[in-house]
Design a protein around this ligand. Sequence first.
Ligand code: 4NP
Length: 157
Amino acid sequence: MVKVLFVCLGNICRSPTAEGVFRLLVEKEGLGDRIMVDSAGTGAWHVGSQPDRRAQAAARQRGIDLSGQRARQAKSGDFQRFDYVLAMDAENHSELAGLCPPGEEHRLHMFLDFAPELGRSNVPDPYYGGDGGFDAVLDMIEAASVGLLADIRDKHL
Ligand code: 4NP
């Protein structure tokens, strides 16, 4: 089983969206029993909460249901459990690098490194923006999900 963890700040907007998008892709490809998907936040403010209603609405437009997800905080032990720990932005990456046990750094990536064609490294935080922000975030996440699955196939399957 290949294990993938998406991480943002609050675990209510970007990383739950990535969890939902990537899980749907994995299921469509018939790999649901080979790849496990989860998400977490570097912060603890929203622990136990459902994804932001705007994130849920934008995902629902694309046939993705985020309602079953509940926020949790990323922890050091995640670097023992997960093969891929994917930061949504540079700040998340820096926080995760601080949690990462020595020798496990190869598990930590910037998620958008799997979509070099986008020419950007951060998924922008849509929390304080308008609804259009969530659609743009979904587009970036869909692109990087395709690249991530190709990397997993290449290295693990
Ligand atoms: P996320 O967005 O990191 O994509 O889940 C945020 C959600 C909440 C907050 C910040 C970002 N917040 O400060 O509460």
